[in-house]
Design a protein around this ligand. Structure first.
Ligand SMILES: [Zn+2]
Length: 311
């Protein structure tokens, strides 16, 4: 064997050993890329941490497929300004991406203030918040939830160059003004209306673009197990909120949720109500998921909830 070939062979052995020594590929990561993305128009951007798609005219879905939340934020563009519905994980620079997609001024609204939806808030000047104590507390930033997002089992592929996992936190942001149920944002030729949909969190909202039949549901609905187990979750409020969304279905052409896949049919809204009612009526068997948590599955809809107390 040529000496250079021997060195190369040795080097390859070292490399493959290093790769094998890493954490195994997490299960959720094996499901990627999700097939639904094949039918969506992809928009090239300069940062490989993000994938951007165009599910509707002048709507960009900003997807983070390399982290287990598979968070999706939406940039909704009008003629005069744009609205960014969630800023993602804050693992890479979302403002750089939005600047590549529009030159218009951007206002930020969050679907709710869990860490995976507000990570890039600090980069923007105009962030509206719901008038809740939960929102105000989260706007102070936090470390614990952010740290849990970057353990090896939560990452698929590589973190952005220069990202320091140990220093990763949700950075604080300033609330420019409070918004309320029914508020309308005129983006110029496009009006977006806020629908308060508390339940997943007290500050959860959905957005409707009535003229274009678009309903952005945040974490109130997305096509994956919906998390309803945290202490800030209110199941009665959630039930009322999803009924409100289901009543809007006749006006809706496309439902855009905040995780995994950006497109769903309006018929999921009625299915969501039926599934949730069945769970609450104890007609659905619980599958243990992890300590203290169970999964309820009804057709294509599933909920991750606290394990019922033993009697
Ligand atoms: Zn959430």
């Amino acid at each position: 064997m040529h000496k250079r070939a021997i060195i190369l062979a040795l080097w390859l052995t070292v490399l493959s050993t290093a790769v094998l020594a890493q954490a195994p590929i997490p299960d959720w990561c094996r499901a990627l890329p999700r097939p639904e993305y094949k039918s969506l128009e992809r928009v090239p951007v300069s940062d490989a941490w993000f994938e951007v798609y165009k599910p509707a005219p002048a709507v960009f879905a900003i997807y983070e497929p390399h982290q287990a939340e598979e968070t999706i934020g939406y940039l909704i563009v009008g003629q005069k300004r744009a609205l960014l519905f969630d800023t993602g994980m804050g693992i890479s620079d979302v403002k750089k991406i939005t600047a590549e997609l529009t030159k218009l001024p951007i206002i930020v609204l969050n679907s709710h203030t869990h860490d995976d939806h507000v990570g890039g808030n600090w980069e923007f000047d105009t962030i509206y918040g719901m008038d809740t104590d939960f929102t105000r507390k989260n706007a102070q930033g936090s470390r614990e939830d952010a740290q849990a997002e970057v353990t090896p089992d939560q990452i698929c592929g590589t973190l952005p160059k220069g990202f320091d996992a140990k220093a990763y936190v949700t950075r604080p942001w300033k609330i420019a003004a409070y918004m309320h149920d029914g508020d309308r944002f005129d983006l110029g030729g496009r009006t977006i209306e806020v629908i308060a949909t508390p339940g997943h969190t007290p500050d959860a909202i959905s957005l409707i673009d009535r003229a274009n039949g678009l309903l952005f549901t945040g974490d109130t609905y997305y096509p994956a197990p919906i998390w309803l187990y945290r202490p800030e979750t209110d199941l009665d409020a959630y039930g009322a909120s999803i009924r409100r969304l289901a009543a809007l279905a006749p006006q809706v052409k496309l439902v855009l949720g905040a995780h995994n896949i950006p497109v769903a049919q309006p018929s999921v809204l009625a299915q969501l109500v039926t599934a949730f009612d069945a769970v609450r009526a104890r007609r659905v068997a619980a599958t243990p998921e992890s300590p203290g948590k169970v999964l309820y599955k009804v057709g294509d809809i599933s909920f991750l909830m606290s394990a019922p107390a033993a009697h």
